[in-house]
Ligand binder design. Structure first.
Ligand SMILES: [Zn+2]
Length: 250
């Protein structure tokens, strides 16, 4: 395994990440040339700075080197996880083509949609995950390394949806499934001892996720709906506890 017991993935920290990082939107894109589904999708995750930064020494996530290492680990663990899943199903697996950090507004585009700051996205037109490097590093410092694993796990899930030609009718369905898949990725790789979680973290994760979710007035069918706190908690927990089966990838 890429990093057995090195990444002390603290879900206590992931709770805080969830508080600020679960927003995603899907934007219409021009058709790509891959011959896949007709609607390429940019799926983004936005986050503001946490209101009360956690102690940056909680899990020792301070330096650019650690950040880069965690990004690489989160990516390679996600690749290993999904390759194993595809292998089990007799499917060929293609890793996400690129992971692209950027620093300026609009520096990277998905189709003709420029990607903004404080953002991460999976872009099906080009098959890449892009992220605002300064924002992600800031969140890594303020929140912790689990943020990076959640971020990569969620965006990678969108890439997997694309590979499986899963295009739900509503954004909320696409997002909750990605939460479930991110939960499965973290939970299964913990069981495989590629990641280590701290005792009690799950309860804290549940409590944290309870605080996120769409505003009460958000219609569930809205283009940018992600799910209520309860729905998101349930989706992530289902995947974390029971792997991919509850994610309903078929
Ligand atoms: Zn998403």
């Amino acid at each position: 395994m890429p990093v057995p017991h090195r990444n002390n993935l603290a879900l206590a920290v992931l709770v805080a990440a969830a508080l600020v990082a679960l927003g995603c939107v899907a934007a219409p894109q021009p058709e790509d040339q891959a011959g896949g589904p007709a609607r390429p999708v940019a799926t983004t995750t936005r986050a503001a700075a946490p209101k009360e930064p956690l102690d940056p020494d909680v899990d020792g996530t301070d330096t650019v080197e650690e950040f880069r290492s965690d990004v690489d680990d989160a990516r390679s663990i996600a690749e290993k996880y999904w390759k194993d899943q595809f292998d089990k199903s007799g499917l060929d697996f293609e890793p996400v083509a690129q992971l692209i950090p950027y620093e300026r507004d609009g520096e990277v585009g998905c189709g003709d949609q420029p990607l903004g700051l404080n953002n991460a996205a999976y872009c099906s037109a080009g098959d890449f995950i892009a992220y605002d490097a300064n924002w992600a590093f800031g969140a890594f410092q303020d929140i912790g390394d689990a943020f990076i694993f959640y971020l990569l796990g969620h965006e990678y899930a969108h890439a997997i949806q694309r590979r499986l030609n899963i295009q739900k009718q509503f954004t909320i369905e696409q997002e909750l499934q990605a939460d479930c898949m991110a939960g499965a990725y973290i939970g299964d790789m913990e069981k495989a001892e590629s990641l280590r979680l701290e005792k009690g973290d799950l309860g804290e994760l549940a409590a944290g996720l309870d605080a996120v979710g769409d505003d009460p007035g958000q219609p569930w069918f809205a283009d940018n709906a992600h799910g209520t706190a309860k729905q998101r908690t349930r989706a992530f927990s289902n995947g974390y506890n029971d792997s991919l089966e509850p994610c309903d990838l078929t």
